[in-house]
Design a protein around this ligand. Structure first.
Ligand code: ADP
Length: 366
C-alpha cells in the first residue's frame, strides 16, 4: 500500500501525540503503511533510524501525554535545498511519497516548498546517480497535508489549533491559584501568557478567569491607558474586590508599537497606585502536561482526515491544512492560510490594528 510519513515540527503542543496516533492507526486502517519521521525534518535529513515504520501498538498509551513522542526540532538543514534533496532521497529509499506534517506556520511553509520542489529534487538525485529512473517515475509527486500544532491559536481560518485548549486550561488553573493568594493579600497580579501575534489565549483566559484587564497584540490600548488602568483597579478595590488580575500577551504593544510587558505594567501600577504588584510569567507550563479532552478529540479527527486527504490526493491537488472550522472538519488551502496568518503579524507591525482584528475574525468570536 501507499506509504505515509508523519512528523511533528516546530514548537510542541499538547495533542500532537493524539494526532500522530490517529495518523498511524488511520493509515493502517485504510491499508497504507505509516512511518514516523523523528525530530521534525531532522529525521528525514538524517535517514537511518530517523525514519521508522510504525505499528498499531507503537502509538498505544500516548494519547494522554503532553509533548510529542516522535520528537520535534528546528532543523536548519531543511531550510537549504541540499538538505531537502537528502530528505527526498531518504524518504524515497522507503517508498514514502506522502507526508502529514504537524507543526506551526514555519514547518508548513517548509512542507509546501518541499512539495513544489519534489520533481526537481528527484531529477537532481537521478542525475547524480542516487536514484534510479524507475524510482523517479514511480513517485512523481509528493502529497502533503498539514495540521497546525500551535498553542497560540494563531492560524487564520480555523476555530482552534492543537494545544490551544489545553494551554487555556493550564492558564485558568494558574489564574485560580493566583487569585486565591491575591485575595488573601489584597494584591494585583500581572500575568504574562503566550501569544506573540495572537491574543486568543489572553483574551479567552481573561474572560474565563475573570481578569480585570487584558492586553493583546491586535488591539493595543488607546493612549492614556495607564491612568485608565489604575483608575479601574482602584475603583474595583474601593468596591471591595480583593484580588485583581491583569493579563498580558507576550506580544502586547501600545499604539506607538512599544512593548507592554510585565515590568512596564508593574511600573504603571506602582506609580499610579503606590502598589507593588506581583508578576507571574507562565511560560512553558502552558505547553506542558496532559492534553485536554478537546485537544485529544480534535487531534484524532484531524489526524484521520489528514490520512484520507493524502491518500485521495492526486498530482495536481493543492496542499491542504486540515483543521476545524465552525466546529466542522475543513480542508483549507495551505499556502493561502499561511499567508493570511502571516499577514496578521504584518498588520500589527504596521499599526493596522483594524485589519488585524478583522483577519482574526471568527476565532475572536466576532
Ligand atoms: P513553527 O513550525 O512552529 O513555525 P519554525 O518556524 O521554527 O517553527 O519551523 C520549524 C522548522 O520547519 C524549521 O526548523 C525548518 O526545519 C522548517 N522550516 C521553517 N520554515 C521553512 C522554510 N521557509 N523552508 C524550509 N523549511 C522551513
Amino acid at each position: 500500500g501507499p506509504r505515509i510519513g508523519v512528523l511533528t515540527s516546530g514548537g510542541d503542543a499538547q495533542g500532537m501525540n493524539a494526532a500522530v496516533r490517529a495518523v498511524v492507526r488511520g493509515a493502517i486502517h485504510l491499508g497504507a503503511r505509516p512511518f514516523a519521521i523523528y525530530e521534525g525534518y531532522q529525521g528525514a535529513v538524517d535517514g537511518g533510524p530517523g525514519i521508522r515504520e510504525m505499528t498499531w501498538d507503537d502509538v498505544g498509551n500516548i494519547m494522554h501525554r503532553g509533548g510529542t513522542i516522535i520528537g520535534t526540532a528546528r532543523c536548519a538543514a531543511f531550510r537549504e535545498r541540499e538538505g531537502r534533496r537528502t530528505a527526498a532521497k531518504n524518504l524515497l529509499e522507503r517508498g514514502i511519497d506522502r507526508l502529514v506534517v504537524i507543526g506551526g506556520d514555519g514547518s508548513l511553509t517548509g512542507t509546501d516548498l518541499f512539495r513544489r520542489e519534489w520533481p526537481d529534487l528527484l531529477r537532481e538525485l537521478h542525475e547524480r546517480g542516487e536514484i534510479s529512473a524507475e524510482t523517479m517515475a514511480a513517485h512523481p509527486t509528493l502529497m502533503v497535508a498539514g495540521i497546525v500544532g500551535s498553542i497560540d491559536n494563531d492560524l487564520v481560518g480555523t476555530d482552534m489549533t492543537i494545544g490551544t485548549d489545553s494551554a487555556l486550561h493550564r492558564i485558568i488553573e494558574a489564574l485560580d491559584a493566583i487569585s486565591s493568594t491575591a485575595a488573601s493579600h489584597q494584591r494585583t497580579f500581572i500575568v504574562e501568557v503566550m501569544g506573540r501575534h495572537c491574543g486568543y489565549l489572553p483574551l479567552s483566559a481573561a474572560i474565563a478567569g475573570g481578569a480585570d484587564a487584558v492586553f493583546v497584540p491586535e488591539d493595543p490600548p488607546r493612549d492614556g491607558w495607564e491612568e485608565r488602568l489604575c483608575d479601574k483597579l482602584a475603583a474595583a478595590r474601593a468596591a471591595g474586590r480583593r484580588d485583581s488580575i491583569v493579563l498580558v500577551a507576550e506580544g502586547a504593544l501600545d499604539r506607538q508599537g512599544e512593548r507592554i510587558d510585565v515590568d512596564r505594567l508593574h511600573d504603571v501600577i506602582e506609580r499610579g497606585l503606590g502598589e507593588d504588584a506581583r508578576i507571574t510569567i507562565l511560560g512553558h507550563v502552558q505547553r506542558g502536561g496532559t492534553p485536554s479532552a478537546y485537544d485529544r478529540w480534535m487531534s484524532t479527527l484531524l489526524g484521520i482526515a489528514a490520512v484520507q486527504d493524502v491518500l485521495a490526493a492526486t498530482a495536481d491537488s493543492p496542499a491542504h491544512i486540515i483543521g476545524v472550522r465552525r466546529n466542522r472538519l475543513a480542508r483549507l488551502p495551505l499556502v493561502q492560510s499561511i499567508e493570511n496568518t502571516r499577514a496578521v503579524a504584518g498588520y500589527i507591525k504596521e499599526g493596522e490594528y483594524d485589519k488585524a482584528i478583522e483577519a482574526r475574525g471568527e476565532s475572536f468570536g466576532k
